[in-house]
Design a protein around this ligand. Sequence first.
Ligand code: BDR
Ligand code: CA
Length: 312
Amino acid sequence: MSARKIIIDTDPGQDDAVAILLALASPELEVLGITAVAGNVPLALTQKNARIICELAGRPDMAVYAGCDAPLKRPLVTAEHVHGKTGLDGPDLPDPVMALADGHGVDFIIETLRTHDAGTVTLCPLGPLSNIATAFQKAPDIVNRVQEIVLMGGAYFAVGNITPTAEFNIYVDPEAADIVFKSGVNITVVPLDVTHKVLVTSARNDAFRAIGTPVGIAVAQMTDFFERFDKEKYGSLGAPLHDPCVTAYLIRPDLFGGRHINVEIETSSPLTLGMTVADWWGVTDRAPNATFLGDVDADGFFALLTDRLARL
Ligand code: BDR
Ligand code: CA
């Protein structure tokens, strides 16, 4: 079977970094390019961090584009309190030598969808949906050329992390999320409900470190840093590894379970802005527009991730 073509749209972020590494290590996926977006930290850092990770993976040939530096209609909200000042705090990785690709990330998304056969390119957003929504607005002809969007964002049972009712990626650019969820594209959502079941316990972190390679050691250092915040906040055994669930789902969908339901985005209430209103229980007659994941085989996920990281 030929590799599935994907574009990773990302705001690294330690967990984004691990998601990128997993994709680059996996023959089932062909990464056509990486588009950075402002999110966890400003764009100047997310595009740089994406290049740092490509070089760590031994892929300085990868095309990394800078995309939107702000949400569609709102000032940027960042998450240095989780990811540190650089967004990639933890390991001491060198500044990238590889150059940023020429052109805007949004134009790369548009051109890639136009030049590949319709239905053969999957979008993998790991941050706010500003780049994807901007591409859909600028070039509506690409919308029905997208094979699928598999995104990390939202929550139902876990409700929220940046506010009591909103998950960070959706909260930062709710108008963009609204455009994407109303686009009619086949969408799979990896919400906090799933990612909070994928915790980097100390045994799992030890397994990363035991790989013994620069990648294994850097991932262990990233999750070491990342987990301080979550352990303190949730009293959990380790940090939820949010974004790698997207790339793991593309490689091993059998590790995940969910429901095809209606999901709408709150864009106006100051109290619940950015909430993913997910009709998990089917209590409305609103048409399903997304597959909303709820379950994951966490041991299977970590076995896959550790095995693949060891290949880099
Ligand atoms: C999401 O927000 C970011 O902080 C993480 O990288 C992840 O994409 C989790 O809410
Ligand atoms: Ca992210």
